[in-house]
Design a protein around this ligand. Structure first.
Ligand SMILES: [Zn+2]
Length: 384
């Protein structure tokens, strides 16, 4: 059968729908619109509600976009011919409700239907993040999501160092850093973002230099201030997510209260000698928060004198990177996160254990967000 004969045959076999009808299908029938044109072709624009999956990738990757074979799929190309062949392939794969959009993208545009210009990674970024692009759960869409994400790191110390370096390497586009301190020689045993040549300099400056050596495209926003009740909300409000690597209880309560009020997830890490803890306070209605675990600031005599207690230098590397993994998953909306769970790491005995965190009924996180006030918190330092 010649190409023309096959096309005639397909036109008879594959249901075609006019572009104007597609929006109705998307709205009322939970349909999905797939634009199968090449990457070059969609650079100029594609239907606003369409997912792009180039013809050459269709059979391999369609299950990532549509896992229910009975979900209606409208396939679109430039003029409505390639989409017939693509639709035939989908039917052969077992999809039961496949349509071809008559007239393709040309018809869509002529009808004045909504379009968008897709964000795309540059050639350099494609190479740089190629190992991410190979993972279906990340892919180009996920990498673009990371690029547009804004993460605030509370502290550029033991935990903040590995988090900042790995998030920068992974392509998280904007990193804010809150830290009023300067680099001291006792920091270098674990705060690997700083070096000897940065001694005496502000940690935010030192961290920025290291981040830009690794990835010059990352926007670093420096906040060389102490987090307190007067600035917590304004510091946090422009970020998608906060990483708490703070070294004192006051900051932990403050960042918790502000994150709950603003609805921003908080990835929390803490370290003590050979032990570390990681959890995510998701800031959703069902999720517990830091105060659900510790309703009140512990009395000073109960809190360890951390400068004396010490910490194994590599432990914040382990805990910080577990936080970084949480961050990436949360930003991409993939996998299972640590909301409601506390991962405890005992490095001395090689034990990883998971503890449950229950939501406390009377906790601040059960209040309406508007009612939450950011109050002063009695401070005492825990300076690991
Ligand atoms: Zn709570």
């Amino acid at each position: 059968m010649s190409y023309e004969q096959r096309a005639v045959h397909l036109r008879a076999a594959i249901p075609e729908i006019p572009a104007e009808q597609v929006l109705d299908m998307l709205r009322h029938d939970d349909a999905v619109l797939i634009d199968v044109r090449d990457a070059e072709e969609v650079k100029g624009g594609l239907p606003e509600p369409a997912q792009h999956l180039a013809r050459g990738q269709l059979e391999l990757n369609i299950h990532h976009l549509v896992d229910d074979v009975h979900r209606p799929i409208a396939v679109m190309c430039a003029s409505g011919l390639r989409s017939l062949f693509a639709a035939e392939s989908l039917i052969n794969l077992g999809y039961t409700k496949v349509f071809s959009v008559r007239g393709g993208f040309k018809q869509w545009k002529d009808a004045g239907l909504p379009t968008r210009v897709p964000q795309q990674l540059s050639v350099f970024d494609r190479e740089r993040y190629s190992r991410h692009l190979l993972i279906p759960e990340v892919g180009e869409k996920g990498q673009l999501r990371l690029k547009s994400s804004r993460v605030l790191l509370l502290g550029a110390g033991g935990l903040g160092s590995p988090v900042a370096l790995y998030l920068a390497a992974a392509g998280v586009g904007t990193l804010g850093i809150v830290d009023p301190d300067v680099v001291e020689s006792s920091n270098l045993q674990r705060q690997v973002i700083h070096g000897e040549d940065q001694l005496g300099k502000l940690k935010v400056d030192s961290a920025e230099a290291a981040i830009h050596r690794l990835n010059s495209q990352i926007k670093v926003i420096k906040h060389p201030v102490l987090l307190d009740e007067s600035n917590a909300l304004s510091l946090l409000q422009d970020y998608d997510l906060v990483v708490d690597g703070s070294d004192n209880f006051k900051a932990r309560y403050l960042v918790n209260d502000a994150c709950v009020k603003l609805g921003i997830p908080n990835v929390h890490g803490a370290i003590y000698r050979f032990e570390g803890y990681v959890t995510t306070f998701a800031a959703s209605d069902e999720a517990p928060c830091y105060r659900c675990m510790y309703p009140e600031l512990p009395p000073p005599e109960m809190a360890p004198s951390c400068a004396e207690a010490g910490v194994l230098g590599v432990l914040p590397g382990v805990i910080g990177l577990l936080q970084a993994v949480e961050v990436i998953k949360l930003l991409l909306g993939i996998g299972r996160n640590l909301s409601g769970k506390m991962l405890r790491v005992d490095a001395l005995n090689n034990e990883f254990s998971m503890l449950d965190i229950d939501k406390a009924e009377q906790c601040l996180c059960s209040h309406h967000r508007d009612e939450i006030q950011i109050k002063p918190i009695e401070a005492f330092a825990c300076a690991i």
